[in-house]
Design a protein around this ligand. Sequence first.
Ligand SMILES: Nc1nc(=O)c2c([nH]1)NC[C@@H]1CN(c3ccc(C(=O)N[C@@H](CCC(=O)O)C(=O)O)cc3)CN21
Ligand SMILES: O=c1ccn([C@H]2C[C@H](O)[C@@H](COP(=O)(O)O)O2)c(=O)[nH]1
Length: 283
Amino acid sequence: MKAYLDLCQRIINEGRWVENERTGKRCLTVINADLTYDVENNCFPLLTTRKSFWKAAIAELLGYIRGYDSAADFRALGTKTWDANANENAAWLKNPFRKGPDDMGRVYGVQGRNWQKLDGEVIDQLRKLVDNLSRGIDDRGEILSFYNPGEFHMGCLRPCMHTHTFSLLGDTLYLTSYQRSCDVPLGLVFNQVQVFAFLKIIAQITGHKPGQAFHKIVNAHIYEDQIALMRDVQLKREPFNLPQLHINPDIKSLEDLETWVTLEDFEVTGYECHPAIQYPFSV
Ligand SMILES: Nc1nc(=O)c2c([nH]1)NC[C@@H]1CN(c3ccc(C(=O)N[C@@H](CCC(=O)O)C(=O)O)cc3)CN21
Ligand SMILES: O=c1ccn([C@H]2C[C@H](O)[C@@H](COP(=O)(O)O)O2)c(=O)[nH]1
């Protein structure tokens, strides 16, 4: 929590203005931020300086795990966060690869579960790493990569959190997640939840103890229309203690995550927070 607020303050104090062509807005930007989450002690990094919608973040993560490519499937899980990118971005709307309303194209989980090889076969990166970790194997390449430059033109957005590397030391599982571009007031609130929950879920289904999750961010920015709310409202608030995340212990396999798991299988306790802040979203 402190690390998040420090990053926001650092962007306000030291950030440089960068024009962004895709959104037509300017962003106050810093390069490089490292965040660490204590999954072992269940210190759930849910922002307390504004009301945060952790369920939508977990729904996104479940959608990536399932390899979804439609904003409608994400809505059915419990989040509308992909509606705008799938249906309102002018460049994507006229892209011939867009299959119709709600199509997101070959992004995120599609690459994670269904990476196309030249010979026509597909690679299921998540299945491979879950199988290995379940057998106690870390081949130093337990990597889930959503970043496929050869198919950027077939998706509505390049993945932001693009690579997740799992590591096993003894019976403790670690996760290192890489993010190329980070909307700190909006996206990062979700991404913190996702990195934490991803390690906790994969540790649970592969039978290991979760350790720390390491979140490495390259371009961290605040859009120009978000600055005043961050500087004058959110950064003036005192944080509360972190809550805890509980996951239904009956979730035991990747198949469980793919078939019956819903947001009802996740619970947060001890969450005390300041009122919601509605930050503008840039498509
Ligand atoms: N500009 C931008 N920022 C992002 O963070 C972002 C994108 N684009 N495009 C792809 C995904 C979609 N994500 C989103 C989209 C919307 C919210 C959002 O509106 N959050 C609100 C309300 C959430 C709710 O009601 O469930 C919030 O207050 O956190 C957050 C992340 C993260 N990503
Ligand atoms: O998980 C996510 C997804 C997206 N974002 C933000 C980061 C940027 O503000 C935009 C993506 O724009 P690009 O021009 O492709 O960098 O979405 C995020 O923070 N977290």
